[in-house]
Design a protein around this ligand. Structure first.
Ligand SMILES: C[S@@+](CC[C@H](N)C(=O)[O-])C[C@H]1O[C@@H](n2cnc3c(N)ncnc32)[C@H](O)[C@@H]1O
Length: 248
């Protein structure tokens, strides 16, 4: 991520919301779709948000495999990982849902947690396995969907889900599955975003307000705060929410 791009994103965030919305509407109407096709080419599912509800599990897996083959989508930065580790607290077992290429899962394993990493994409899991092998850490990798986790109730002390809840097809199912398999805490990191039809990601869920995450989880005890990720070097730059839900 270049300094100029960071500066551009930060300056844009300082504009009044109405101006940002107007600029975004113009971009969406006239430029965004063509820009994405030019940037990524035919493999990119530019109309994802129009069609994701109709996709089968197999089509979903294939789309993410294809995405991972073309683009290494690593989002969790060291500072995010440290915040998550602090929020987890005591060592125990963790299920990392939407583990991608394994960065957070590997870091948690290095810090003494017993980690299982799950992702829908076999391509992502191959990268994760290779990264774990290079760093000589042990993580169990599983392929599966957040909406139907292949584990019994209360299998893990903690469930983490970073930059993935915004990708799921069914938010209600996914949040209820994250809670079902957790004994102590569910920790979610998700971007603060408004809906845009065309963007360089396959987001399907949009969290504009802190309450939104709290509402979908419906847990009585939780902390949720907005965090600034503008200076991040990885895939994601912007504002995000860090949600910690306590299982009663
Ligand atoms: C933006 S990446 C985030 C990866 C990683 N957590 C990170 O922060 O770098 C989103 C991940 O979600 C996975 N994914 C998409 N839909 C999913 C679903 N329904 N269940 C589980 N994983 C899913 C994708 O394969 C991808 O690895």
């Amino acid at each position: 991520m270049s300094v100029l791009r960071t500066l551009y994103i930060r300056l844009k965030s300082l504009l009044p919301e109405s101006v940002r919305d107007a600029l975004s509407a113009i971009n969406q109407r006239f430029f965004a779709r063509a820009t994405l096709l030019r940037k990524y080419g035919e493999w990119y599912e530019v109309d994802w948000r129009k069609k994701f509800t109709t996709l089968s599990e197999e089509e979903w897996r294939r789309a993410y495999d294809e995405a991972w083959r073309h683009r290494k989508n690593d989002c969790v930065e060291e500072t995010d990982a440290e915040m998550i580790i602090a929020a987890l607290g005591e060592r125990g077992s963790v299920l990392e849902v939407g583990a991608g290429m394994g960065s957070l899962a590997i870091r948690l394993a290095q810090r003494g947690f017993t980690v299982t990493g799950l992702d829908v994409s076999a391509e992502a899991l191959n990268l994760a396995r290779e990264n774990a092998r290079k760093q000589a850490v042990s993580v169990e990798w599983r392929q599966g969907f957040a909406e139907s986790l292949p584990f019994p109730d209360k299998s893990f002390d903690y469930v983490t889900c970073c930059h993935t809840l915004e990708h799921v097809k069914d938010l209600t199912k996914a949040t209820s599955e994250l809670k079902r398999v957790a004994r102590r805490k569910v920790i979610v990191l998700a971007p603060k975003q408004k809906f845009r039809l065309y963007a360089d990601n396959y987001h399907t869920q949009f969290f504009e307000r802190q309450n939104h995450l709290a509402d979908v989880f419906g847990l009585k005890q939780f902390d949720c705060r907005e965090i600034d990720c503008f200076d991040h070097k990885n895939e994601f730059q912007g504002k995000a929410f860090l949600y910690v839900g306590y299982i009663a």
